[in-house]
Design a protein around this ligand. Structure first.
Ligand SMILES: [Zn+2]
Length: 228
């Protein structure tokens, strides 16, 4: 095992048990260049390739998933328990969400938009220890006063095949059919909902989440991923 791998594994274990000591033991380093004191320095951030606009209605993304740095950040957040990277992802989404919310506020005088993360099935979340999209929403709700954290409103009713294992948008949609439900429709009825996920590829996950939220009476649904 390489020294870097040993370091990363020890970081993973320690992060799970002690977030307080972590900064002292393993100070933040820029994922791109290694600069101390930050997870992503401004120079590396400015080099992340922007996403193409996803070809789905009311759907947005910020980073290109082809970009190595974007891919690494989201991979470490999802699979390496580097949960502090949720704030890096939230920061990346802040500008576009601020614009979207400003537009909504102009057009619709409603309650604060609900930020709803794409959920994991409960057993899967237990296994991973967290839902990366819920962590991004938590960080976003702290950054954007004009929103409400809607974690738990959308639930995943059963485990589905990994989206990576299903190739086309059509098979992905079939795989996800009925996978999401709204826990408390009264909370969603007449509201503007912004669905948040780490990555969107074919848009199938967003489409199914949108369907469940629409059925529950949401007034307007916007989907936003960190990367596409
Ligand atoms: Zn850097």
């Amino acid at each position: 095992m390489k020294v870097a791998d040993v370091y990363e594994k020890s970081v993973d274990i320690t992060r799970r048990t002690s977030n307080i000591c972590i900064e002292a033991l393993f100070p933040s380093r820029c994922i791109g260049c290694g600069m101390l004191g930050t997870h992503l320095c401004p120079t590396c951030l400015s080099r992340v390739e922007s996403a193409d606009i996803p070809p789905f209605p009311d759907t947005y993304a910020v980073w290109s998933y082809r970009d190595t740095l974007a891919h690494t950040i989201l991979w470490k957040l999802k699979y390496r328990s580097q949960t502090a990277l949720a704030d890096v992802a939230a920061k990346a989404l802040t500008d576009i969400l601020t614009e979207i919310i400003a537009d909504i506020t102009l057009m619709e005088s409603t309650a604060k938009p609900l930020l709803v993360p794409i959920p994991l099935f409960s057993a899967k979340e237990k296994e991973r220890g967290y839902n990366q999209s819920a962590l991004i929403v938590q960080a976003l709700a702290q950054r954007l006063d004009s929103t409400e954290n809607g974690n738990g409103i959308l639930i995943k009713t059963h485990e589905t095949q990994s989206q990576m294992a299903t190739k086309t948008r059509k098979t992905r949609l079939e795989n996800l059919r009925g996978a999401f439900a709204v826990s408390n429709p009264a909370h969603v009825t007449g509201r503007v909902v912004i669905v948040i996920d780490d990555v969107t590829t074919t848009g199938a996950t967003f489409a199914e989440a949108r369907r469940a939220l629409k059925d529950a009476g949401a007034k307007k649904i916007i989907c936003c991923a960190v990367a596409h």
